[in-house]
Design a protein around this ligand. Structure first.
Ligand code: 1OR
Length: 289
């Protein structure tokens, strides 16, 4: 049935691999295009080769429509060069621009994953080069990982207060980029003074926060719990880590690297900055205790 197909990636082995002949130069260009794309992480060697074999180069002109909202899903696309705008029309209202993509971006996965109509219209805003992956290969190789992660983090991300204002689709993209890590009791997650490379969300457990002042005295600040975030300050301001964060019991965190943080949390940077204005008051209060 359709619903069974949409849930379970095909288990049977009697598929014919799609192989579109390509030059070494084309292979290199695909590799560069998918290098930083989370959907292609964690593929084994054979899967990686199969994906590259199956991709088709597609050159498009400025203003060309690649995907039409409501249409049937046939291909998933990775951007090599050029730019694209995404439009969504809700309940027959005029289409509104909701997003855009540049080199390294990818789109068109939703209709393939969920056997749903295309959720948005995608239009080139410059002459561009795309790599297209057919539906069957996408589902066979890229879907399992992607839907597993989206499912795994979905309910957690819905309950993270800082992320509530995001669209569900934006939380899906965050899920694609998240990696989980576990810290045992007492282990340091962030060391004051270090350079910051990651942003953290607490999946489960608690953390201590401490700050060492100019005299070398360590002050304890209010702790962190499930759903809280930390590590944004060093990334927002390009400054060393402002505090120490230590696991209190077993602590499970989900982390985003700096690039993904900037790209995916762009829509809430203002909220993050506004919240961080309170840190000074919190620190001052803690010192007075
Ligand atoms: P698709 O197969 O449905 C259109 O074809 C693609 O546009 C879609 O997969 C996504 O890859 C991409 N909502 C839905 N699809 C989006 C969105 C989006 N942005 C890009 N795509 N929203 C924008 C969120 C920033 C939500 C708008 C309400």
């Amino acid at each position: 049935s359709v619903s069974a197909e949409s849930m379970a990636p095909s288990q049977d082995k009697d598929y014919v691999k799609v192989v579109i002949p390509k030059t070494q130069e084309q292979r290199k260009r695909i590799e560069n295009s998918i290098e930083n794309n989370f959907l292609f992480k964690n593929l084994d060697e054979e899967q990686y080769k199969d994906v590259i074999d199956a991709m088709v180069e597609k050159r498009v002109l400025n203003h060309e429509q690649i995907i039409k909202q409501g249409g049937i899903g046939d291909f998933f696309y990775v951007v090599e060069t050029g730019t694209f705008d995404v439009y969504v029309s809700k309940n027959g209202a005029p289409p509104e621009k909701v997003h855009s993509y540049g080199p390294g971006g990818s789109f068109g996965e939703l209709a393939l994953m969920y056997n749903a109509p295309r959720a948005a219209t995608v239009v080139a805003t410059s002459d561009s080069v795309l790599w297209a992956l057919d539906r069957v290969t996408f589902r066979r190789i890229l879907m399992e990982n992607t839907s597993r992660k989206r499912k795994m983090y979905e309910s957690f991300l819905e309950e993270v207060p800082i992320l509530v204002s995001l669209e569900p689709y934006e939380r899906h993209k965050i899920a694609d980029a998240l990696e989980s890590a576990v810290y045992e009791d007492g282990h340091l997650v962030i060391k004051q003074g270090d350079i910051g490379n990651n942003f953290f969300l607490i999946e489960s457990g608690e953390a201590y926060v401490t700050k060492i002042d100019e005299e070398g005295i360590e002050h304890e600040l209010p702790g962190l719990k499930k759903g809280d975030y930390f590590g944004e300050l060093a990334l927002l301001n390009n400054k060393p880590r402002a505090v120490n964060i230590k696991a209190k019991g077993r602590l499970k965190v989900a982390t985003l690297g700096k690039k993904a943080f900037v790209r995916l949390l762009g829509p809430i940077v203002d909220i993050l900055k506004r919240n961080s204005d309170n840190y000074e008051t919190i620190t001052r209060n803690a010192r007075q205790q």
